[in-house]
Design a protein around this ligand. Structure first.
Ligand code: MG
Length: 297
């Protein structure tokens, strides 16, 4: 197993609480493009996508073993774990969002909007009210690289909310390529990355009780490639995957620091029973380290 120096770079005093292991462990490499890390505390394993290889991979924390979790995976991209502990997945190839039930069967959560097929769902989060929120850029239909080339039936790239009773609604319709998304700790704000802006940025919305979004100002911009996955820690800081590592923002939008990673980063998640094991998917590899902060509960 490879070890890589963990370089936390502060640009503001508020980053002082962010540190951890001196070394990151590269727990797996040799993939084409890793994405969608999701940790299951009950099973002590991490699942992530290797999108162009049309597979999902599982890393067993108890043994360090890595194996195929699902192949073909429908060119799965982002995942989340819902409140019942079930896997929720965005599938480029099948152009849908699904849930893997406790018995292993797969339930479709969303595959169309007003009768038209989705583009290629990219990333997904659950709200505590049971609604499922996902982004739908076109990366999985732009070519045959990580999905199947096709025209967009909807003709645009939106953010969607699936209500607890299964209705698919547009949550935001003014994005170019919506990508990673994450709620604030109190779920009153929703952060959404737009990969195709110049520079790429994250916007922040206010979330009403009925799921309506308002606001949408630019929260932070990217100076290294483009933002992809986004997560929030328990202190409310926003962590975003960029080309040179993870960028960390104070809730006021100030970038306060970075964790440098030696490959282009796509996403991150927090694992372990106390959510202080940080996992980063980055190009061909997955990195992990224990940190001095915790993922949002
Ligand atoms: Mg993504």
């Amino acid at each position: 197993m490879d070890l890589v120096k963990a370089e936390f770079v502060a640009s503001d005093d508020r980053f002082a609480g962010c540190g951890g292991d001196q070394w990151m462990r590269r727990i797996h490499t040799g993939c084409r493009w890793t994405e969608g890390p999701v940790y299951f505390p009950a099973g002590r394993y991490l699942v992530f996508s290797d999108i162009p290889n049309d597979r999902m991979v599982r890393w067993d924390e108890t043994t360090g073993e890595v194996g195929v979790f699902r192949q073909p995976s429908g060119y799965a991209n982002g995942h989340t774990r819902d409140r019942a502990g079930r896997l929720v997945s965005c599938e480029h190839g099948n152009r849908r969002v699904t849930r893997t039930e406790h018995d292993g069967t797969v339930t479709v959560i969303a595959d169309r909007y007003q009768g038209k097929r989705l583009n290629s769902p990219n990333d997904v989060v659950e709200h505590s009210d049971g609604s499922i929120w996902f982004t739908d850029p076109s990366y999985g239909i732009d070519s045959d690289y990580e999905g199947y080339r096709a025209d967009s039936e909807i003709g645009a790239c939106h953010v969607y909310r699936v209500t607890p009773d299964g209705q698919v609604r547009i949550a935001a319709d003014d994005f170019e390529r919506p990508n990673g998304l994450a709620f604030s700790v109190d779920e009153r704000k929703l952060y959404i990355a737009d990969t195709r802006q110049n520079p790429s940025h994250i916007r922040v919305f206010d979330v009403a009780d009925d799921g309506t979004l308002t606001g949408g100002d630019v929260f932070g911009t990217c100076d290294s490639g483009a933002f992809d996955g986004v997560r929030v820690d328990a202190a409310g800081r926003v962590w975003a995957a960029a080309h040179d590592g993870l960028h960390c923002f104070d809730p006021d939008g100030t970038r306060i620091g970075q964790l440098l990673v030696p490959e282009i980063c796509s996403n991150l998640t927090f694992g372990g029973p106390r959510r202080n094991h940080l996992f980063v998917t980055a190009s061909t590899s997955v990195y992990t380290l224990r940190v001095t902060f915790n993922g949002a509960g």
